[in-house]
Design a protein around this ligand. Sequence first.
Ligand SMILES: C[S@@+](CC[C@H](N)C(=O)[O-])C[C@H]1O[C@@H](n2cnc3c(N)ncnc32)[C@H](O)[C@@H]1O
Length: 277
Amino acid sequence: MTVKPEDSPHVPATGSGSEASMGEVYLIGAGPGAPDLLTLRAARLLETADVVLHDRLVTQDVLALAGPGAERVFVGKSRNRHPVPQERINALLIAHARLGRRVVRLKGGDPFMFGRGGEEIETLMEAGVPFQVVPGITAATGCSAYAGIPLTHRDHASSCVFVAGHRRNGRLQLDYLPLVRPKQTVVVYMGLLGLEELCQGLHRQGMAADMPAALVEQGTTDQQRVLVGTITTLPAIAERERARAPTLVIIGTVVRLRERLHWFQGGGSGEGFHALK
Ligand SMILES: C[S@@+](CC[C@H](N)C(=O)[O-])C[C@H]1O[C@@H](n2cnc3c(N)ncnc32)[C@H](O)[C@@H]1O
């Protein structure tokens, strides 16, 4: 039985009665892009997978770690395709496992960070499908490291908050009050389209107009770009530079550290990075 990577992958029929014994689902964090940022466990499980269901943010380099016989099923959102509804993804995971397969559900970053991983394992539990969760390096820690912007620092930030910056019904659904605190870093996932609204909201809530802010595009990959400004200037910089998703926004005085701490240069050869001397 094969499942083709169509717009809306079909759920394989599992039939009834006594066919294959139950397989297992591995909900794996694929990290932020570079394949060597996967955990060893993730790489090992990928190698032995029968089928891999993957999102848009999972790079080809990471997918290449799956064995040649593994079926690859795209279940993410992309510009030319309708997203596969979450219920359908859940049904696919269960159906493949019931066929006795080793199913890898591969998600960008970490499955439990804005990744709907919780919903997926809840469904598996209800269906009695065995599973494991393998954490991945989330975009915040990957981008922070590769941009040379520590998320916490003794002199700058003793706390860090992660927020989703996507708009619903045309507006950001953010509570700005807890975001505007001294010695705190704010990390915004999915914040590109709402960047201007976000920065204005933070300023209205009392954040200094000259608070440093950085936007990291395609963090950790050869194509990484880092745009630096303040909450006043970053939206215009992002527009001028035609920033494109995936991007992560880091706001706080920690951003100033990049001047001294940046070490990564994308677009290099081989591993695609080297430390600046
Ligand atoms: C649906 S969320 C998934 C987050 C993911 N589960 C994680 O832990 O990183 C997608 C958002 O993650 C961020 N993101 C993921 N990978 C990124 C990367 N390599 N560079 C910059 N941002 C990234 C972007 O904000 C993107 O819109």
